[in-house]
Design a protein. Structure first.
Length: 401
């Protein structure tokens, strides 16, 4: 059975290589054609599309940028240059290129959609919604516009509106995998984790590469500490979108649980660059630094989280934890009080409290507090902090010997 499975996998690999070989051959032929006929706009666009299909967005942009000026001025070329900027995360550049096309009189639902998406990626929510409304007025509601409207609602934490827009999209196209994946994400973000799990699995059966469904399934696998599955799912998501903040955040936590802390920190640093307004990722980065004894770095990460939300209990608890580890028990006490006032279940605050208790000489009481905390089932967290806390405690004990 094992050998048969290996033969099957080898066959899949060889098939995948053959497909990639065919795509590479096609790209090479299109390049050769374009050398002979550099003024052929359709040929230039076909080459760019073939490169996009392989995820080679920088190569597509380079090929288009090398065209003669009269070809580069064509609307199809300019649209693909905007698409390349969008795919590479240069959202302001993409927005400018899409806007120039619209201002030049080009009007299609795809242009308006991509302009709105580039704005949403910059968190320009009102502008994005304005473009969606403009597109709807000109072209009527479409599946893509309904999905984008749902994404906008998700950014505003309006889960009911997001799910309503996705219901509209799925009424128009019941098997649309993007709508199904974004619906899974909306259910997940609204706290309906069991329904999100079902929705993500159903979506991935239709389209194993759907990004949002991979994020949901990967995060739930991470919570179960099924590290092999979580790693595979996040790697699939990152293969399509290398700058996906949520995928990078989950992937970094996988490496934390595998105890590859340097790699975890590097991935999480990429995650906060891609998603600088996500408090949970700053917390994960802080834990990766705590576990490496980098208290200054951890404090900086918690301060970045604090700058986003002054009233998040676990951020104050994290600052208390850093202060406790530095031996500044008075500062830790104040931060613990503030954290528990904001959130009586703040895990990091309770953990810091146990360390302060130990630091003041009551090791037995501290151990009791920590044991109760690690076993407690009423502390909600979206990160495996119990595991990280247990590891940190082991490190501290080893340092005391």
């Amino acid at each position: 059975m094992g050998m048969g499975a290996n033969r099957h996998c080898d066959g899949c690999t060889r098939g995948h290589v053959r497909i990639m070989d065919r795509k590479d051959v096609r790209v090479a032929r299109l390049r050769d054609f374009l050398v002979v006929d550099p003024s052929n706009t359709e040929l230039a666009c076909e080459l760019a599309d073939a490169l996009f299909e392989q995820g080679r967005h920088a190569d597509a942009e380079a090929a288009l940028g090398a065209l003669p000026d009269e070809v580069a001025a064509a609307a199809g070329v300019r649209y693909r240059l905007a698409r390349a900027a969008l795919a590479s995360g240069r959202y302001a550049v993409a927005e400018g290129r899409y806007r120039d096309l619209i201002d030049a009189g080009h009007d299609s639902v795809g242009l308006w959609h991509d302009l709105a998406f580039s704005q949403l990626c910059q968190h320009h929510v009102a502008e994005a919604m304005g473009c969606v409304d403009a597109a709807t007025m000109r072209h009527g509601n479409t599946v893509d516009l309904a999905i984008l409207k749902a994404r906008i609602a998700l950014m505003q934490d309006d889960y009911a509106a997001a799910l309503a827009s996705l219901a509209d999209a799925l009424e128009m196209s019941p098997d649309d995998s993007t709508a199904l994946g974004v619906r899974a994400l909306a259910l997940f973000d609204s706290g309906e984790h069991e329904l999100a799990d079902i929705a993500a699995r159903e979506c991935l059966q239709r389209n194993p590469e759907q990004h949002e469904a991979l994020l949901v399934a990967g995060t739930l696998a991470l919570w179960r500490q099924d590290l092999d599955e979580a790693q595979s799912l996040f790697e699939q998501a990152l293969a399509q979108h290398a700058n996906s903040g949520r995928a990078l955040s989950g992937y970094g936590q996988v490496w934390m649980l595998r105890n590859d802390l340097a790699r975890a920190q590097a991935v999480l640093e990429s995650a906060v660059r891609a998603m600088p307004d996500h408090i949970g990722t700053w917390h994960a980065l802080a834990w990766s630094q705590l576990l490496q004894g980098n208290l200054v770095g951890a404090e900086s990460s918690y301060q970045s989280a604090y700058a986003l939300d002054r009233n998040f209990g676990d951020t104050h608890g994290g600052l208390a934890l850093v202060a406790a580890l530095m031996g500044d028990y008075a500062t830790a006490d104040e931060a613990i009080k503030r954290a528990l006032r904001l959130d009586p279940d703040a895990f990091t605050a309770h953990y810091a409290q146990s360390l302060v208790t130990e630091g003041r000489g009551d090791a037995e009481r501290s151990q009791e507090m920590l044991a109760n905390l690690l076993q407690a089932g009423n502390i909600a967290t979206q990160m495996p902090v119990r595991d990280f806390a247990g590891r940190l405690k082991s490190i501290l004990k080893a340092q005391q010997r």
